[in-house]
Design a protein around this ligand. Structure first.
Ligand code: ATP
Ligand code: LTN
Length: 335
C-alpha cells in the first residue's frame, strides 16, 4: 500500500451572476456542488467576468454577485472545506486567458452553439468577449489543473474546447495542463420552463411564470406550480406527449428521491391539482432552510466579503503559480 494518501481529485465550477438562481440552477448545478465537497477538493466561482459578455447594469451586477455568493453558501458550500471566490478577484484567470486565446482558433470558437445563440439574441452587441468566452472559461479550469468540471449539458461543448486547447498547449510546449473531464451529476435532470416545457427553465426568460426562483416565497411557488402547463388527459404519468407533467415529475423526483414509478402510484386516480400541490410542497420544503440562511448571510456583509477575500487569496496562490509557469514556457521574460 502506498504510504502517501491519494490526492483528492480537484473540481472547479462557476455560475454567472446574471440574476437570481432558478430551480433549474439549483437542481442542475448548485445543489450538487455542496454534496461534492466530501469527496473532492472543490473550487467554486461566481463568474462575474463572463456575465459582462451581455450588458449588465453596474449596480445590479454588484448586488447580484454578492447575492450569488450568499446563495451558494446558503445552499451548502462550506468555506472551511471549499474555496468560494469571485472570478474578477483572481487576476490569473484573465492572464492565462490571453495565452489560451492565442492558442485557440477562430474556427473552433465559431462553432460554439452558445455563441451562435447569444449573438442571435443580442444582435446589437456581438462583442469580442462573447466570442472568446470559452477561452476565459478554459483558463478558469486549466489555471487550477481541475480534474472534473460539474456542468449542465449546455456547457459540454465549452469543456471539450478547453480539453482541446489544453492538449494542444501540452503538445506544443510540454505537459502543463491536466485535461479536464465534464462531470454530469447523478441528478443531471434538465428542468424545463413551466410555461413552455420544451424550453429550458432559464432565469432570463421574460415570462416570470416560467421559472421558480430560489428566493420565491411559498405562495408564489404554489401559484407558479398551479399555473404550470400540463395536458388534458389528467393522468400523472411520464412520457411522450406529456412534457409538462414529465417536467413536474422530474422536479418532484429530484427533490424527494422518489422514482417515476413511485410517483405514478402515489397520484394514481388523483387529478393534477393534488399533484401540483405536492410538487410545490417539495420545492417549498427544499428552499425554506436555504432562504433563511440566505437572508442571514446576505445581511452579514462583513462575513460574506471576508469569505470571498479569503477564497480569492487562496485561489490566487494556486493560480499565480500556473501563470508564472505558462508565461515562462511560452517565452515571456521573467525578471
Ligand atoms: P441564463 O438564463 O442567463 O442563460 P442560466 O439560468 O442558463 O442562465 P447559467 O449561469 O448559464 O444559468 O448556468 C449555471 C449552471 O446551471 C450551469 O451548470 C447550467 O448547466 C445549470 N442550469 C441552468 N439552467 C438549468 C436547467 N433548467 N436545468 C438544469 N440545469 C440548469
Ligand atoms: N459558462 C458557465 C459558467 C462558467 C463555468 C466556468 C463553469 C464560467 N466559467 C468554469 C464551469 C467552469 C455557465 O454555466 N454558463
Amino acid at each position: 500500500m502506498s504510504d502517501q494518501m491519494e490526492r483528492k481529485k480537484r473540481i472547479l465550477s462557476g455560475i454567472q451572476p446574471t440574476g437570481t438562481f432558478t430551480l433549474g440552477n439549483y437542481i442542475g448545478a448548485v445543489r450538487n456542488w455542496g454534496s461534492l465537497q466530501e469527496d473532492f477538493e472543490c473550487l467554486y466561482m461566481v463568474a462575474d467576468l463572463h456575465s459582462l459578455t451581455v450588458r449588465q447594469e453596474p449596480a445590479a451586477l454588484r448586488r447580484q454577485t454578492r447575492e450569488a455568493a450568499a446563495m451558494l453558501l446558503a445552499a451548502g458550500i462550506d468555506p472551511k472545506v471549499s474555496l468560494l471566490f469571485v472570478q474578477s478577484h483572481v487576476p490569473a484567470h484573465v492572464q492565462l486567458s490571453w495565452i489560451l486565446s492565442c492558442n485557440t482558433q477562430f474556427g473552433e470558437l465559431s462553432r460554439m452553439t452558445q455563441f451562435k445563440d447569444k449573438s442571435a439574441k443580442h444582435a446589437d452587441n456581438v462583442n469580442a468577449g462573447l466570442f472568446t468566452y470559452p477561452a476565459l472559461m478554459a483558463a478558469d479550469i486549466l489555471v487550477y489543473n481541475a480534474d472534473l468540471v460539474p456542468v449542465g449539458v449546455d456547457q459540454k461543448q465549452h469543456l471539450e474546447l478547453a480539453r482541446n486547447v489544453a492538449q494542444r498547449f501540452n503538445n506544443l510546449y510540454s505537459p502543463t495542463f491536466t485535461l479536464p473531464e465534464p462531470y454530469i451529476g447523478k441528478t443531471g435532470a434538465k428542468i424545463m420552463s413551466l410555461q413552455e416545457p420544451d424550453k429550458k427553465m432559464s432565469k432570463s426568460d421574460s415570462n416570470a411564470n416560467s421559472f421558480i426562483l430560489m428566493t420565491d416565497d411559498a405562495d408564489t411557488i404554489l401559484r407558479k406550480c398551479k399555473r404550470a402547463v400540463t395536458d388534458s388527459d389528467g393522468v400523472v404519468r411520464a412520457g411522450d406527449g406529456k412534457p409538462g407533467v414529465t417536467n413536474l415529475m422530474s422536479i418532484y423526483s429530484s427533490l424527494t428521491g422518489k422514482t417515476f414509478a413511485d410517483i405514478e402510484k402515489e397520484f394514481e386516480g388523483q387529478g393534477y391539482g393534488v399533484f401540483k400541490e405536492a410538487v410545490a410542497g417539495s420545492v417549498i420544503d427544499a428552499f425554506r432552510p436555504i432562504q433563511a440562511e440566505y437572508a442571514r448571510i446576505l445581511a452579514d456583509r462583513e462575513y460574506l466579503d471576508g469569505v470571498l477575500k479569503e477564497g480569492a487569496a487562496a485561489a490566487s496562490r494556486i493560480a499565480d503559480r500556473m501563470v508564472a509557469k505558462v508565461y515562462k514556457k511560452v517565452g515571456l521574460v521573467q525578471l
